[in-house]
Design a protein around this ligand. Structure first.
Ligand SMILES: *[C@@H]1O[C@H](CO)[C@@H](O)[C@H](O)[C@H]1NC(C)=O
Ligand SMILES: *[C@@H]1O[C@H](CO)[C@@H](O)[C@H](O)[C@H]1NC(C)=O
Ligand SMILES: *[C@@H]1O[C@H](CO)[C@@H](O)[C@H](O)[C@H]1NC(C)=O
Ligand SMILES: *[C@@H]1O[C@H](CO)[C@@H](O)[C@H](O)[C@H]1NC(C)=O
Ligand SMILES: *[C@@H]1O[C@H](CO)[C@@H](O)[C@H](O)[C@H]1NC(C)=O
Length: 480
């Protein structure tokens, strides 16, 4: 510790004073509770009066509202920024999660829609044409500024009963119920700037570790959205020299006095190729968004991109709260480890692996840009391997149903391809080659608390099929 001896000498009388003050404070609280009719002293009175005054001017009704009415989807307004050119194929991504007439917000286009976009699809968000900023900024390329300015435009268009303003790209998928659940834990009358880092370390270094990467979505609470709308023109002029939209947004928000709160469920997906490894070991946080669906391989190997998206959202429709949550259990008679990423994939390993290890994604993906040496990512990875004791058997989610009794959801995962390796010998040579399907039963009720992962049991291994049942972990269960 670097505290100097001089400070310790000064510290002791100060501490004594502090203790005395604290003692009298609690004595006062205690006595005023004992004698509620006794008038407060003149010393405390001004503070009490001020407190009452300030809460009555800072919209008492808003404060009461947050207690009586929890945040729901009607309090969120989305601003999606796209281009006419890309919307022809990207609309499939947005339509997979957008709830027409329920989700509020707009798509901002650079120019009027043409061709097969007309008549405008009722399953798409309403569109607006972005304000023309070329004259205001006196330059031709205003791509970045158009994106930032959309914050003001969406606020201008629709802010009645707005609590949270969500900005995103046109190739992003949002998980609405999870976003609502996460946001409802926060007070929207305070200043919040939520977003996500890039997965790729160098992107954070090049742009900023302090910015929310906009494609994945960033979220502004009401007072911050209002302040950004008010400050927009000054902000654009002050940071006219910056070329990157997210960096400019972060700079303007920082100048308002607000810093990024990064959330583990918001995913920029600054990755390339096969991201199945990443999606199979999601951090223990509700999944809120996935970006760059255009840039990565289709997430289900037998489908194209838009069908993959729709397929994933079918699982999400059954249960948002468990989406991609990783649940691990072990089958002791065969020494197998099962790792299930709910609604997406299942892995079987032929030896017992603890959760501490399986929580790291297998590096099936590539870096976003060239990255000469590690570290490449903001998380640890496991390298793909041909070692039979290391390589998983891989299954992807195929069908999802509510069981007839309706209190369970049954998800079937099918083998993606034969593993093509011998059995793991030191764990007893128990090959899992014969397993072609895994059926997972999970409760049909939403999981409100995710302070701890769920546990599971392999209830049956029968011929080519394994049945797995989810349950809450008992206090003393260890996943290893
Ligand atoms: C959302 O909350 C508002 C109150 O703020 C309420 O009027 C409305 O009915 C709620 N909507 C849903 C879908 O629960
Ligand atoms: C949305 O609402 C309008 C009228 O308010 C209705 O005509 C339209 O069918 C609705 N669209 C959907 C997809 O429910
Ligand atoms: C995507 O889904 C549609 C409708 O289910 C189907 O007609 C089409 O063949 C699918 N495309 C691919 C590549 O799977
Ligand atoms: C499981 O693996 C251990 C070595 O890790 C081995 O000693 C044990 O016999 C195996 N159990 C079975 C049932 O094969
Ligand atoms: C597993 O099989 C290999 C080769 O077939 C053999 O060498 C090894 O002894 C076997 N291990 C166990 C634990 O049975």
């Amino acid at each position: 510790m670097a505290s100097s001896p001089k400070m310790d000498v000064l510290g002791t009388p100060c501490k004594t004073l502090l203790i005395v003050v604290v003692f009298f404070y609690f004595a006062f609280i205690y006595l005023s509770n004992q004698y509620p009719n006794c008038p407060a002293s003149d010393f405390f009175n001004p503070f009490l009066k001020n407190a009452q005054f300030s809460s009555s001017i800072s919209t008492t009704t808003e404060k009461e509202t947050i207690i009586s009415t929890p945040t729901n989807l009607s309090h969120l307004v989305f601003g999606l920024v796209g281009s006419e050119n890309a919307w022809h194929h990207r609309k499939a991504y947005i339509e997979s999660w957008w709830r027409p007439n329920i989700t509020r917000g707009f798509l901002f286009l650079d120019k009027s829609p043409t061709g097969d976009l007309l008549p405008w699809s009722p399953a798409s968000p309403d569109y607006k044409i972005s304000d023309d900023l070329t004259k205001f900024l006196n330059k031709n390329d205003v791509t970045a500024q158009r994106i930032i300015h959309a914050i003001m435009e969406v606020y201008r268009e629709d802010h009645e009963n707005l609590r949270w303003l969500v900005m995103g790209d046109d190739d992003s998928i949002f998980f609405l119920d999870n976003i609502v659940d996460v946001l409802s834990k926060y007070d929207h009358t305070k200043y919040y700037y939520f977003g996500g880092h890039s997965e790729f370390i160098l992107s954070n270094y090049w742009y900023s570790f302090s910015q929310g990467f906009g494609g994945a979505g960033f979220i502004l609470s009401l007072p911050l959205a209002k302040a950004m709308a008010r400050e927009m023109e000054n902000c654009l002029i002050r940071y006219r020299h910056l070329k990157a939209a997210d960096q400019t947004t972060m700079s303007c928000i920082a100048d308002i006095g607000v810093s990024l709160t990064a959330l583990d469920g918001i995913h920029q997906i600054d990755l390339r190729g096969d991201i199945s490894g990443f999606l199979s070991s999601h951090p223990k946080f509700p999944l809120m968004s996935l970006h760059h669906f255009d840039m990565v391989d289709p997430i289900f190997p037998t489908m194209d991109r838009s069908n993959s998206t729709r397929h994933l959202m079918k699982a999400a429709a059954a249960d948002h709260s468990r989406m991609l949550q990783q649940t691990i259990c072990h089958h002791r008679p065969t020494n197998w480890s099962f790792s299930i990423s709910w609604g997406y994939s299942a892995h079987i390993y032929e030896r017992i692996m603890p959760r501490s290890y399986l929580q790291f994604p297998i590096e099936t993906f590539k870096t976003w840009n060239r990255s000469p040496r590690p570290p490449h990512y903001m998380f640890n990875t496991r390298l793909p391997s041909d070692d039979p004791c290391e390589a998983p058997h891989i299954f992807f989610y195929e069908t999802i149903d509510k069981t007839p009794e309706n209190n369970e959801i049954s998800t079937v995962f099918s083998r993606a391809w034969p593993r093509g390796l011998p059995a793991c010998s030191f764990a007893g040579n128990h090959s899992a080659d014969s397993i072609s399907r895994i059926q997972v039963y999970s409760p049909a009720t939403k999981r409100f608390q995710i302070d701890r992962s769920e546990c599971c049991d392999i209830v049956q291994v029968d011929g080519d099929k394994a049945d797995v049942k989810f349950r809450e972990c008992p206090t003393d269960e260890i996943i290893a």
